[in-house]
Write a protein of this length. Structure first.
Length: 155
């Protein structure tokens, strides 16, 4: 099963037990029940990544091809898998996020879910707002650097 393009920013709250209700707009994009099981882990920045399980399997199939006799590969694998755990939505459309992961991301109560491509970032609201405040001065320059040539051809 292929996950469609996920989009949107959603404000959510984490309850005292570490549960977060998934927004209905995001659930609708995920489609069938197969996509409602996730893997959550630490992100590349100070956020959490929430992958639909089918996406996680695709990514980990690629990662598992790395040569673990190479130290950089081992380091990457350790970092990538750190904190990873399966989560599933309960009958109230909530997922349980471990205290350890919440602490890593600096999450207290309010979070922003940022969905893009086939994954969802979970940010502490204050961290996400700070990230937006640090946007590049000239987004068009960044776009040119990143998208100016894709596969050696102008976009």
């Amino acid at each position: 099963m292929e996950i469609q393009q996920l989009l949107g920013e959603y404000e959510c709250k984490i309850d005292a037990k570490g549960r977060m209700r998934m927004p209905s707009g995001l659930i609708g994009q995920l489609g069938n029940s197969e996509a409602l099981t996730f893997v959550i882990n630490r992100g590349f920045e100070k956020c959490l990544m929430l992958y639909p399980e089918v996406v996680w399997e695709k990514i980990t199939n690629e990662i598992n091809q790395l040569n673990l006799y190479n130290k950089k590969n081992r380091d990457f694998v350790r970092y990538f898998y750190r904190g990873a755990q399966k989560v599933a939505m309960d009958s109230a459309d909530r997922i349980l996020v471990s205290k350890r992961l919440l602490e890593y991301a600096g999450v207290e109560k309010e979070v922003i879910l940022s969905a893009y491509s086939d994954r969802i970032e979970i940010w502490a609201k204050h961290e996400y707002e700070q990230l937006l405040d640090e946007e590049p001065v000239d987004f068009s320059d960044l776009a040119e650097d990143v998208l100016g040539k894709v596969n050696g051809k102008p976009l």
